[in-house]
Design a protein around this ligand. Structure first.
Ligand SMILES: Nc1nc2c(ncn2[C@@H]2O[C@H](COP(=O)(O)OP(=O)(O)OP(=O)(O)O)[C@@H](O)[C@H]2O)c(=O)[nH]1
Ligand SMILES: [Mg+2]
Length: 316
């Protein structure tokens, strides 16, 4: 890319204490970039200070970081996108490192990981525990080795931004981006960044328990949608195995005596095995449908790439 258009996207909700400095820092780091602050009904001076610092301000009325991400991805036109929090906790100096793999075409999403060995982040304990839990679950389900799935400091390629469907309205947006990227085979690169705490008087918008449950729900829903055979098949196998506990006794007795004296055990075993098989079949059917959709999506992607290329050639 000779002159890539870079957009810095900052979702903001009441960040008057830090937003001015964040905008100025990014302006200094990447003078050629367009900086967008997406305000979400802030009741303080966030908008005013962001404008003063030279950012373009856009508004989103639906409250929640995820809704903001949806409109940012939809409205902003650029070649490289950087998303960062407005709370000044992520280092602006690392932006070049984050953009580089996108410019080189080596990744579609680059995540500033706060938890890699090289990063020396100051984390609140509950955030760290929550992050660790979701990380383990996602790494296990998708067989990857990510180190941070909730980071808010990321760079994306245009292709990624314009093709990834995000629906989550709140703080689940980060896991959604990560899981959907994995499910679509996009390349994710993680680079270490140091997280610093919010300054005195600046308040976190995350409600640990409530948002934790929303994130958990999102992970489970996406697990069901993208890995249906593992999801339903796993539950099915569990029920079938459970059915064998009363079942074995009944079978052994039947072989020895030719009788089934423990009728309740026999009924329970049959019920469990049948339910398990049903779940397994549901998994199989959904797996086939998901695969077909993945193929379709792949073909659409190829078509889009071809027409983009045609456009480039025409404009030349
Ligand atoms: N537009 C918009 N931005 C939001 C909303 N909630 C949070 N944000 C922004 O999203 C970014 C991340 O929110 P934070 O509260 O910092 O969440 P966090 O980074 O997970 O937690 P801490 O940094 O530990 O407080 C910040 O820039 C917030 O201003 C919202 O409802 N709307
Ligand atoms: Mg933050």
């Amino acid at each position: 890319m000779p002159h890539p258009r870079i957009a810095i996207l900052i979702p903001c909700y009441n960040e008057e204490l830090t937003i001015g400095q964040v905008v100025r820092d990014f302006r200094a780091e990447v003078p050629e970039a367009e900086i967008y602050v997406f305000d979400n009904n802030s009741t303080d001076r966030t908008v005013e200070l962001a404008r003063e610092a030279g950012a373009r301000v856009a508004y989103e009325r639906r409250q929640g970081k995820g809704f903001v991400v949806q409109s940012m991805f939809c409205q902003v036109e650029a070649d490289v996108y950087v998303m960062v929090d407005g709370d000044g906790t992520y280092p602006p100096g690392e932006v070049h490192k984050l953009i580089q793999p996108i410019l080189l075409g080596e990744a579609e999403m680059v995540v500033g990981s706060r938890l890699m060995e090289a990063s020396d982040s100051e984390f609140r304990l509950l955030n760290k525990l929550g992050n660790g839990f979701f990380l383990k679950v996602i790494n296990l389900i998708f067989k990857v080795k990510l180190s941070d799935v909730l980071s808010g400091y990321r760079a994306f390629s245009r292709e990624f931004v314009k093709s990834i469907p995000v629906f989550g309205g709140g703080f689940e947006t980060e896991v959604e981006l990560t899981i959907k990227a994995l499910a679509r085979g996009y390349r994710i690169t993680e680079l270490p960044v140091h997280l610093t705490p919010r300054p005195q008087g600046s308040f976190s918008k995350i409600r640990i328990v409530q948002d934790g449950f929303v994130i958990l729900n999102t992970v489970l829903t996406l697990f069901r949608d993208y890995k249906p055979l593992t999801f339903f098949g796993g539950m099915g196998l569990f029920l079938i195995t459970l059915g064998f506990v009363p079942g074995i006794v009944v079978i052994v007795e039947f072989i020895k005596t030719g009788l089934v004296p423990r009728l309740p055990s026999a009924v329970l075993a049959v019920g469990l095995v049948l339910s398990g098989m049903l779940l397994f079949v549901v998994g199989l059917v959904l797996h086939t449908i998901t695969r077909r959709f993945q193929e379709l999506e792949h073909q659409l992607k190829l078509r889009n790439k071809e027409s983009d290329l045609d456009q480039v050639l025409e404009t030349r």
